[in-house]
Write a protein that binds this ligand. Structure first.
Ligand code: ZN
Length: 762
């Protein structure tokens, strides 16, 4: 190699006291002076003008012999080799005064063989050429000037092959030609380079692994990541893409985006930050594919309510829990359209899975189906009404909203006529399930139907009068005037067939029942509503008593608010400017429980009375806990519940005008609410009948949560997604398609993705 030759020649020079001087600023200046000195005397001196620098041809292509010039013309020098450039022109001048000579030396490769030419004469009109070497050309040149001469001039020096500055310029240019800085490269070149580097690393790692891991360990390099100039970042993956993993990953992302309600814009930003996330459009396409596929399997039908549900009717004056005008507007926009998802389609989809998971067993082919309804206010008297069903056999999922499957949805009013119309296909399917069963996964399944909802919804579905009417009870014929008669033993006595045949003959029933395929003793109250509404009543009665005594003043209100603060319950009173009534915060479930259990009534009443009311509250709480507990003895519960009602109805004793004999009782029969009646008289019996599931299994909290979440998410979302209001999907359609996808994800669980341990070496 020329560089080796240079290094060793320098050493030789020192030993022989020969100094080489190359006076050069090439390539800034193409005039170069070269001197060889010994003992401070110049032995030889040459001046060069580099006309064309030339290039070193690719050594791999050419025969080594052809590209290297070997020089041993002086025994004082070690044998040297020089690389021979192509397209090279230099003017060389040497000698002094009359002996001064100038030649023009050129080297060109022809058919991979270097041609050495020396041009000389006043106009360089004479040419000597050689295909052997520079030395051969130099000898021929000397002989052409003086035939037979023994004089020899060094070929390499004549051609300036020894000039370091020119060699370095050529070599750096050659490297530069092969590898350009990344900034000057096209994207495809950069990609090629990244792949090349990745290939090198992959082949190296096989050796590296040997010293670190055991030979039986399979270490696979999956990918590498690196950046070039902190700008161009590459991740190179090895091997073919695993299509299954890729699909799983994509679906996992669709699921997370769907269930987390991540907008397209937000996801795009996420994917920009994290390169390992699939692109937004692949996520979007996969979501559409899942939706389309599911919509084929579980059909969704739009139901035009033909103006049955009139907006004017809906525009009353009650308060909505959603004060958001966007939500109300969306509800008004889509009023009149309902949506229905076939219960049989859903069953056909989920039964094979439930059978496989042994939730449903061949030894018991009865599917226990719980139907629930819930209306959520989304505007003044406009409700978002939702019908769901769940499979009670799926015990561990009773309280999971994803396992309560929506069948009917509509924004509108919660009344008999509307429900009768929109529930029609659903009720027909229920009848068919009850009468004929359903064949799925090769088995004929029978159905037991149950119903659970809040009081209002239940009363409508039964064609029953409202809760304030005389005959209010879905289970028995108790009238509201009989609340005080503790001698009555009210039992579940109504019969659905009887009501369905002649509802007019059954007190309180004003329409044919809609849910005529469900037995009365399969209608179970929602224990959460029972708890909440009765707690409300107990609290109201306490406030009413304070008002009655004219003690409902600022001081008392202050005491109550302080105690609430103490219980960490946010609560306040305010005066309604129009009615001058004092209103107060309506409490959430958990807060109600805190108040019921821990509110210090002694702050409001004298100790004996406070104790009486506290006993009433405590016993109610015990009953509530007991009905939620499957191990409760129903007979015991019955006694406990009737004792409690007796306590509630404790009459006053003695003469009210004589404080010495008067003992104030608690509350009046007119204070008994339908919920109190239902809890006391029917709770124990329902518990006894449905011990297999427990009354907690009929709680509507999961359905309510589902309804609330869907309204707050989708009603606003569809509006925000905006665009052409005629083209965009309505909120209910979005909700039901979302439910179809949820069904897909619930029953096609994705494998857990591999966890990657992230490490860092500093
Ligand atoms: Zn009753």
């Amino acid at each position: 190699m020329p560089s080796n030759a240079e290094d060793s020649s320098d050493q030789e020079n020192v030993e022989n006291k020969i100094q080489i001087e190359e006076d050069s600023t090439y390539p800034l200046d193409n005039n170069i002076t070269y001197r060889e000195r010994m003992n401070k005397i110049t032995k030889r001196s040459f001046n060069y003008i580099i006309i064309k620098e030339g290039v070193y041809p690719n050594g791999i292509v050419l025969n080594k012999k052809n590209i290297l010039e070997t020089s041993n013309e002086s025994n004082k020098f070690q044998k040297k080799t020089y690389k021979i450039p192509h397209g090279y022109v230099v003017k060389t001048t040497w000698g002094r005064a009359a002996k001064k000579r100038t030649v023009c030396c050129e080297i060109d490769y022809i058919n991979a063989i270097p041609q050495f030419r020396i041009k000389y004469g006043s106009n360089f009109q004479h040419v000597i050429s050689s295909t052997k070497s520079a030395t051969d050309a130099a000898i021929k040149y000397e002989r052409s000037l003086k035939p037979g001469t023994k004089a020899k001039i060094s070929g390499p020096i004549l051609f300036g092959l020894q000039l370091d500055s020119v060699r370095k310029a050529r070599e750096s240019r050659k490297r530069g030609n092969l590898i350009k800085p990344a900034i000057n490269c096209t994207p495809s070149t950069l990609e090629k380079r990244a792949k090349k580097l990745a290939t090198k690393i992959q082949s190296n790692i096989k050796n590296d692994v040997k010293g670190v891991y055991h030979q039986s360990d399979q270490v696979i390099l999956n990918n590498i990541e690196f950046s070039v100039n902190k700008k161009d970042c590459f991740q190179v993956n090895y091997g073919p893409e695993n299509e299954i993993n890729k699909t799983h990953k994509l679906r996992s992302v669709v699921k997370a985006v769907d269930q987390g309600q991540i907008s397209r814009e937000s996801y795009r930003e996420l994917a920009a930050v994290e390169a390992n996330l699939p692109r937004e459009n692949s996520v979007s396409n996969e979501r559409i594919a899942i939706t389309d596929n599911m919509n084929q399997l579980i059909k969704i039908s739009l139901v035009d309510m033909n103006g049955r549900d009139k907006l004017e009717e809906a525009l009353g004056s009650d308060e909505s829990e959603f004060r958001n005008p966007e939500i109300t507007q969306e509800a008004i926009d889509i009023m009149g359209i309902g949506i229905y998802r076939s219960i049989k389609d859903i069953l056909n989809y989920i039964i094979p899975y439930l059978k496989e998971k042994k939730v449903l067993r061949l030894s018991d082919t009865t599917i226990h189906l719980r139907i629930s309804g819930d209306g959520r206010n989304v505007g003044r008297k406009i409700k978002h009404v939702m019908l769901t069903f769940m499979i009670l056999n799926h015990k561990e999922r009773h309280h999971h909203a994803d396992y309560h499957y929506t069948t009917v949805l509509y924004p509108g009013t919660e009344n008999y006529n509307t429900l009768e119309f929109i529930l029609n296909p659903f009720l027909n399917e229920l009848r068919s399930l009850k009468e004929n069963g359903l064949e799925a996964a090769g088995i004929l399944w029978n159905f037991e139907l149950y119903f659970s909802s809040d009081w209002k919804f239940l009363a409508i579905c039964l064609g029953l009068n409202g809760p304030t009417s005389n005959f209010f009870c879905p289970w028995c014929s108790c009238s509201k005037h009989q609340h005080g008669d503790l001698s009555k033993d009210w039992r579940i006595e109504k019969n659905m067939e009887q009501i369905a045949t002649r509802y007019e003959d059954v007190n309180g029933h004003i329409h044919p029942p809609l849910i005529d395929m469900i037995a009365i003793n399969h209608i179970i109250f929602d224990e959460l509503h029972v708890f909440l509404r009765i707690t409300d009543r107990l609290w109201e009665l306490v406030l009413a008593e304070i008002k009655e005594r004219d003690l409902f003043n600022n001081l008392t209100r202050e005491v109550i608010m302080k105690e609430m603060q103490q219980l960490k319950v946010s609560f306040c009173f305010w005066e309604n400017k129009e009615s001058h009534n004092w209103e107060y915060t309506s409490l959430m479930g958990d807060d109600k429980e805190k108040v019921l259990r821990f509110f210090n009534l002694k702050l409001l009443f004298r100790p004996s009375r406070a104790q009486l009311i506290r006993n009433l509250w405590d016993q109610f709480y015990q009953i509530y806990c007991a009905i939620r507990d499957n191990t409760t003895d129903p007979g015991q519960l019955k006694i406990q519940a009737i004792d409690w009602l007796s306590l509630f109805l404790t009459p006053s004793q003695g003469d009210p005008n004589d404080p010495r004999t008067f003992i104030q009782g608690l509350y009046l029969p007119s204070h008994v609410t339908p919920y109190i009646h239902a809890l006391v008289y029917h709770g124990w019996e329902l518990l006894e009948k449905h011990k297999r599931w427990g009354l907690k299994a009929f709680s509507c909290s999961a359905v309510e949560k589902k309804n609330h979440n869907q309204v707050s998410t989708f009603f606003r979302k569809t509006l925000k997604n905006g665009g052409n209001p005629l083209k965009r999907k309505s909120a209910i359609q979005e909700i039901i398609e979302y439910e179809n996808r949820t069904l897909y994800f619930t029953y096609n669980p994705l494998p857990e993705s591999k966890k990657i341990k992230k490490l860092r070496i500093k």
